[in-house]
Ligand binder design. Structure first.
Ligand SMILES: C[S@@+](CC[C@H](N)C(=O)[O-])C[C@H]1O[C@@H](n2cnc3c(N)ncnc32)[C@H](O)[C@@H]1O
Length: 307
């Protein structure tokens, strides 16, 4: 079930015959919603780095000529636009994170709830997976990853236990890691801790934060005047990046405060449409658990000439 679909469409679609970009196709929930709100002459380009999601959606949309699908990383939005000869988008959308299919499907190895190979790569062609990290990285580095990307304060203790564990038996499955964390975590904190450790490894392996920054910058470059960017995020690290980039793009000067005149070439390129992030209604959270932590931020491309 696509998260905050109605609010997404309200912010995103300003021209029913425009060209739109869905950066996180997944199983096509939002793409379908976007298509349903567009005219026959509109175009939607959607991408997903996950091959299963791409294949599923290719089948789902095979008879809709308005949509073009890519199995690319969304940070390659500029390359996709070039291939499609698209100069500007009317709207760019992303629903970050992993899909419920990835979470619910043990074979994709994204969930600690099922026994699976400890992988966590969205793009399976990437060289290094979660098991490689836990079995080969120094303890300090594992602790840093868990702290920085999982915001887990027991990162050092967890990293120590992981390194003790791997000396006895190689960590290969989600269950191997869950067992190690269970040994040192109070039952009340179990789910939170496991979620944070898995999130940290996933963000690190997929370089999610850097990729997100790159994607946002390129998206603003590619938005037409009046075009909208709408991002749904699910944890504070992602939301902070979206918030800060939007804020930066609203500035028309970044000179040090003591400069008498502006010397930078900074242009204001965005107007923020959501002063505070929009969150789902309680009625949606009730029927869609994944929606509970969603935050929607939206902005519009503007051009303000420098004085
Ligand atoms: C939350 S799901 C999207 C669900 C989708 N909106 C729907 O309604 O079905 C996020 C999707 O983004 C994909 N994804 C995550 N990071 C990506 C990236 N850097 N480039 C392309 N796809 C990415 C994941 O593989 C996943 O399928």
């Amino acid at each position: 079930m696509p998260v905050m679909l109605e609010q997404t469409l309200d912010y995103l679609v300003t021209n029913k015959s425009g060209i739109y970009f869905d950066a996180t196709l997944g199983f096509g929930g939002h793409s379908e919603g976007i298509l349903n709100s567009l005219n026959d002459d509109a175009k939607l380009i959607s991408t997903d780095v996950d091959l299963d999601a791409f294949k599923f959606s290719r089948e789902k949309f095979h008879d809709d000529k308005r949509i073009k699908l890519y199995n690319y990383n969304f940070s390659q939005i500029d390359i996709i636009a070039k291939i499609e000869s698209v100069k500007n988008f009317s709207g760019v959308f992303a629903d970050l994170g992993v899909s419920s299919f990835q979470l619910d499907n043990p074979a994709s190895g994204f969930t600690y709830r099922e026994d699976a190979k400890l992988d966590l790569r969205m793009d399976k062609s990437k060289a290094i997976n979660a098991a490689d990290i836990l079995n080969t990285f120094p303890e300090e580095e594992i602790a840093d990853i868990i702290y920085r990307y999982g915001e887990e304060k027991n990162s050092r203790k967890i990293a120590r236990k992981i390194c003790e564990g791997r000396n006895i038996k190689k960590i290969e499955s989600t269950t191997d890691l869950v067992k190690i964390i269970d040994e040192i975590t109070a039952p009340n904190y179990r789910i939170k801790t496991l979620s944070r450790v898995f999130q940290a490894l996933r963000i690190y392996i997929n370089d999610e934060l850097e990729v997100l920054k790159l994607f946002l910058e390129k998206s603003v470059d590619l938005l037409q005047l009046g075009g909208r960017i709408v991002i749904l995020s699910y944890h504070s690290l992602e939301d902070r990046i979206v918030k800060e980039l939007f804020k930066y793009e609203t500035l028309n000067c970044i000179c040090p405060k003591d400069y008498p005149v502006c010397k930078c070439n900074k242009e204001k390129r965005l107007r923020i449409l959501t002063r505070k992030p929009v969150t789902p209604l309680p009625s949606e959270i009730k029927i869609n658990f994944r929606a509970r932590s969603a935050k929607l931020r939206a902005a519009e491309r503007v051009y303000e000439e420098k004085r």
